[in-house]
Design a protein around this ligand. Structure first.
Ligand SMILES: Cc1cc2nc3c(=O)[nH]c(=O)nc-3n(C[C@H](O)[C@H](O)[C@H](O)COP(=O)(O)O)c2cc1C
Length: 215
């Protein structure tokens, strides 16, 4: 297996990332790359899936995938349970890093910044846009808590379904949106022979600064 992994090698040649293509701010480039990833990545790849890292109270990192649900000038919006492991990390340490990997385009984007909750109104709006069974599952599932068995989870779901036969489920107070306010955005474009392009934007008091990083 190790030998197989050592010999896995792809020469990146899809595209380049040159200063002549760059603007003063990174959010429009992130938007353009995301749109291209949505268009070009072959189903069933979820181009809006991002690897999200948080850090707990002991300084230990934890990673998982979440789905980007909105891209705003101020930040990346995703939804989760506020009582989950990541939710607890964010209370103790409100910083996070999100990484997109779009292999078909030989691209990576790394976003780092501060975590805050979106308003209750924003969370309500998104919650009510979700399919009914997703909303019910969200009520039935105490994310990141141990459950005795699959049966227990399914019987929780049955109960919640019965409770909402005639009523519209309300958003659980401990579920909602987070905004990752972007302080650093790094774009990586694979290039031949491992001489890749890396462009790093850093948020300043007004606007963004930009630098090229060695690959
Ligand atoms: C493709 C994919 C998309 C996911 N999207 C979300 C999401 O948007 N929100 C979420 O809370 N968990 C999502 N998850 C589940 C998380 O990876 C994770 O299991 C969950 O949030 C609990 O993480 P935690 O215990 O670190 O808080 C997704 C997982 C995958 C594989």
């Amino acid at each position: 297996m190790s030998e197989y992994l050592q010999n896995m090698r792809r020469n990146y040649q899809c595209d380049a990332l040159l200063e002549s293509q760059l603007g003063d701010e990174p959010v429009s480039l992130l938007q353009a790359w995301l749109l291209q990833a949505i268009e070009y990545e072959v189903a069933p790849v979820e181009a809006n899936a991002m690897f999200l890292a948080s850090v707990d109270g002991y300084g230990r990192p934890h990673g998982r995938v979440v789905l980007l649900k909105a891209l705003e000038a101020e930040g990346l919006i995703f939804y989760s349970h506020y009582g989950s492991a990541k939710g607890v990390d964010f209370v103790l340490n409100p910083y996070a890093a999100a990484t997109f990997h779009w292999p078909g385009l030989e691209r990576q984007v790394r976003v780092e910044g501060v975590i805050e909750r979106v308003t209750a109104d924003e969370s309500d709006r998104y919650f009510h846009s979700r399919p009914l069974l997703s909303r019910l599952a969200c009520i039935a599932s105490p994310q990141s808590q141990p459950v005795a068995s699959r049966d227990e989870l399914e019987s929780r779901m049955d109960q919640v379904q019965q409770q909402h036969v005639q009523s519209v489920p309300a958003r659980p107070q401990d579920w909602g949106g987070y905004r990752l306010s972007m302080q650093r955005i790094e774009f990586w474009q694979g290039r031949p022979d491992r001489l890749h392009d890396r462009i790093n934007y850093l948020k300043q008091d007004s606007g963004w600064s930009r630098e090229r990083l060695a690959p």
